[in-house]
Design a protein. Structure first.
Length: 94
């Protein structure tokens, strides 16, 4: 019998700035791993932030970039959507 595979997800960088761009969120760790792979193939350097939401459980947020201001994050978000055709939203880094 084979042990189930466990996805190893990239951790957030030490300084994620005030804003980041989220390209996906899921409660399934393997699905988050697939999102990371897709973003990486598109030339991005994604990381995963875990968020435990009251009443909704644990979520894996797939994010890219670290921006000091919302305007820079929003420009990057538009580039991601246009070039990679991936959904993306600007989020506070918290």
């Amino acid at each position: 019998m084979t042990a189930p595979q466990t996805a190893i997800l990239p951790a957030p960088p030490p300084d994620v700035g005030k804003f980041t761009v989220q390209v996906g969120a899921t409660q399934d760790k393997m699905e988050a791993h697939q999102m990371v792979s897709l973003a990486s193939k598109g030339g991005l350097r994604p990381y995963v932030a875990e968020a435990r939401l009251a009443g909704r459980g644990l979520w894996y947020r797939v994010r890219v970039g670290a921006f000091a201001d919302r305007a820079a994050a929003d420009q990057f978000r538009r580039d991601v959507q246009r070039e990679l055709r991936m959904p993306a939203v600007v989020m506070p880094s918290r």
